[in-house]
Design a binder for this molecule. Structure first.
Ligand SMILES: Cc1cc2nc3c(=O)[nH]c(=O)nc-3n(C[C@H](O)[C@H](O)[C@H](O)COP(=O)(O)O)c2cc1C
Length: 319
């Protein structure tokens, strides 16, 4: 499906729009799954029509209540979360959330996960009948209960299987695949996902981590372990994005620790076609919109007139 968004070219000639496969975004700023609710909760704070896109919370076959508290814990330069993939389930999403999202002119990307292959198929099957979705984002950083709880995203054969299965079930819309950062060779995972039918890659999810209080002996999260996000992970994920863009020919969407407009431009320099903003929305719910507003002045200040120029400079310097 090709979006028909009008691309607004500012008077100074800087074009902020970007192409992610068949999808044209008015700018490269997308809000990340799980950090921006279903989008509508932020509508009184953020002009959703200014964003490049937004990704919903992960949607599963059935509603999930999520993990016990505490679910969040602040760390130096980052945050741990163990939300437990709480969501309203695909029926609740299509019935209660999607109609509210249709009145915005911003692409809605639905993040999908399952605990086994059949669940990915069923969720996509239901979403394919629904209107108002621009693309799917497959979260494969979750345990496969039929294979002893090993993450779908940690093994090339399983990545190929889950992406290939989802591709067939989600034939009508672009399929983005969100890779796990905890793999020995991100380039191999990128190639495998591309060959299995991914239209774009989202890199990356959170890093498995934990925090404890030695005095009480307790974990600081209700689920003992969680995922690390925020500025602490940016340099690590930046490298993954760089490696993945060299290994495959589909677009890559970079995310991890984006707070400032310079972070956005760094990801674009190493080859990302767009970015997502996650943890930053917890510190400032308007962070994504502020980043949209900061793009043009930052480019002008650096005497750069297109995202392509940033990319070209990086390639010239680093190959
Ligand atoms: C509270 C919270 C909930 C999240 N839930 C999801 C989710 O449901 N599905 C998913 O694919 N990623 C989820 N993520 C991961 C983010 O989308 C993102 O990949 C990660 O936080 C790194 O980006 P950041 O450093 O900008 O936050 C979640 C992250 C946080 C902090």
């Amino acid at each position: 499906m090709i979006s028909s968004l009008p691309t607004v070219k500012p008077a100074n000639g800087i074009d902020l729009s970007t192409q992610v496969g068949a999808l044209r975004l008015r700018n490269p700023i997308i809000t990340a799954s799980g950090t921006f609710g279903y989008g509508v909760e932020f509508a009184h704070l953020v002009d959703l029509n200014r964003l490049g896109g937004f990704v919903t919370k992960g949607i599963s076959k059935h509603p999930i209540e999520g993990a016990p508290a505490p679910r969040l814990h602040e760390t130096p330069s980052g945050m741990l979360n163990a939300i437990g993939l709480e969501n309203v389930g695909v029926e609740g999403f299509v019935r209660d959330k999607l109609p509210l999202l249709r009145k915005y002119h911003t692409p809605v990307i639905v993040n999908v996960f399952g605990c086994c292959l059949d669940e990915y198929v069923e969720v996509h099957g239901r979403l394919e009948d629904a209107e108002g979705i621009a693309a799917y984002e497959l979260n494969i950083s979750c345990p496969n209960v039929k294979r002893g709880g090993i993450q779908f995203g940690n093994d090339p054969a399983t990545v190929s299987e889950v992406v290939g299965t989802a591709r067939k079930a989600a034939a009508n819309r672009p399929l983005w695949v969100k890779l796990s950062p905890l793999v020995s060779d991100i380039g191999e995972m990128a190639r495998v996902a591309e060959q299995a039918g991914a239209d774009a890659l989202t890199i990356a999810n959170t890093y498995p981590a934990m925090a404890v209080d030695f005095r009480t002996g307790r974990s600081l999260l209700g689920s003992v372990t969680g995922g690390l996000s925020g500025p602490a992970i940016k340099p690590i994920t930046l490298r993954l994005v760089w490696q993945a863009t060299r290994a495959c020919s589909i677009p890559v969407i970079g995310l991890g620790g984006i707070e400032k407009v310079e972070d956005v431009l760094d990801y674009l320099a190493v080859g990302a076609s767009a970015v997502q903003v996650g943890t930053a929305s917890f510190a400032d719910p308007k962070a994504s919109e502020a980043l949209v507003g900061a793009l043009e002045p930052a480019l002008e200040h650096a005497n750069i007139f297109s995202f392509n120029d940033i990319r070209t400079k990086f390639v010239r310097e680093n190959g």
